[in-house]
Design a binder for this molecule. Sequence first.
Ligand code: TYD
Length: 208
Amino acid sequence: MNKGKFIVFEGLDGSGKGTQINLLIEEMKKQGRRVYQTAEPTASSTGGMIRDALGGFVGRNAYELSALFLADRIFHNTNPKNGIRYFIDQGIDVVCDRYYYSSFAYQGIDADLDWVMNLNLGCREIIRPDVCIFLDADTDSCDERIEKNRFDREIYENKVLQKKIRQRFFEVFDKIKDQENIKIVDAVRSIPEVSADIIKIYESIKEK
Ligand code: TYD
């Protein structure tokens, strides 16, 4: 049986990932594909510890956060009931909102970037995606969307930090471009325009 495809979406907070993920999944289902939609941090108990930290309720430094995201990600890959590997092995496509690229860009600012990268890329239990789709939007556009849609902000959701995170994403993509399939999509366009590009990317990996 053919394995399922593993598609990751990345982007700053407010880059429109949620909308675009839903549109891609709609299209995949129309094409008769079976799709499992997931996200990080997960709904596991480690994910709960992460959310407490992101909400600012519990203080955690970038090293602790890297380790928590790593544990959550290993669980996300290996969990026999609804883990990424379990679905891919059954021929089901997996679409994931954020993955290790976020650890590099967010935790890689205050924690040693090479250490965070080695933890994730060197772990055999963490599957490499078929493609990482990065929805690129400038920080002003993202901030506007956050302002419209949220009542409160998580620890990373301020403009100065988001600028640094966006820069970090690009630095990281440059470092790993030979080993990873990274597609940068201009997300400051109309929803259908962005979606059309994403569907093209999906078509390009589907039959590989
Ligand atoms: P969340 O509110 O769950 O979703 P969204 O992606 O829609 O913003 O936010 C997840 C937050 O977690 C986001 O600010 C990025 C951060 N994050 C990390 O810092 N490191 C990671 O490894 C991952 C997966 C996420």
